[in-house]
Write a protein that binds this ligand. Sequence first.
Ligand SMILES: Nc1nc2c(c(=O)[nH]1)N[C@H]1C(S)=C(S)[C@@H](COP(=O)(O)O)O[C@H]1N2
Ligand SMILES: [Mo]
Length: 319
Amino acid sequence: MLIRKPNDIRPSEITSEANYLNRRDFIRASAIAGGSIISSGAIGAIMPNSRLAPLENISKSFLSTNEIPNSFEDISTYNNFYEFGLRKSDPAANATSLKPRPWSIKVSGHAEKKGVFDFDEFMKPFDLEERIYRMRCVEAWSMVIPWVGISLAEVVKHYQPTSKAKYISFETLEDREQMPGQKGWSLDWPYREGLTIEEATNPLTILAVGLYGKVIPNQNGAPIRLVVPWKYGFKSIKSIVSIKFMSSQPKTSWNMANPYEYGFYANVNPKVNHPRWSQARERRIGGGIFDKKRETLIFNGYGEHVAHLYKDFNLQRNF
Ligand SMILES: Nc1nc2c(c(=O)[nH]1)N[C@H]1C(S)=C(S)[C@@H](COP(=O)(O)O)O[C@H]1N2
Ligand SMILES: [Mo]
């Protein structure tokens, strides 16, 4: 069974990323997100895999891991997407109100080419690839996800950033009707994230539009979301409407919410603990009760591709 009723959800499942939030606000945000289920009459963002449109012309990437991917059910029902509520089951239950079409993406800032593009027009110059990546959430769980996406390096090249472009900032849609969780106070909306231009153009970084060979479900960030597999999950911003080339480090949502707990870089690092829990180990979702916790790897195991980016870096300070 995909959906569990709210009473079946143990308090321990309520995200620890939410724990710092004021308890009253937390309850208010959940109540509002919960209310939307009733008003829209829909518990249906859980689209069975078979109902999502297949994507065509997908090539396989040599950058994929050969670990076994998590099930579609795990990937599409255990989510963080605070625009739809704070519990892991909320996005699957509530994200029916998100309308991934029509969708436009604004490209702005320090680049030769910019503008507002319809999603399909935005996608046209780029080739789809399957990238099976290990993903590690800051809450010490992980999954293996067969994304379908486009190379962010190709996107960056296409828009021709100027020499002033040192960073890229991304923003999620802000729309209280489509995203009922934005009515309550939890994060400062819109959700924002950022990368250095070197991180954005690393071959690992993609914008994902699909999963398991099909269009990405709403709860995973339709129609287009970032995927940065060597960083904690919160960097991988969903449902992007804005891409901006910037000369200075952009503000990012979790860093704004709590700079002591969430840094700008957020590189997966077993040696730098979160102030409230260890990052040394992780639980693979779907592993079952006998599954042992596994050791978390520096840069989530992607060090050969990205360690050079942080060569002269103090990883303890720049967490
Ligand atoms: N807009 C937006 N993007 C977001 C989040 C969010 O709350 N809002 N949560 C982040 C966190 S904490 C994680 S772990 C990943 C989860 O992605 P998934 O649900 O597709 O596995 O999305 C990230 N992107
Ligand atoms: Mo996360």
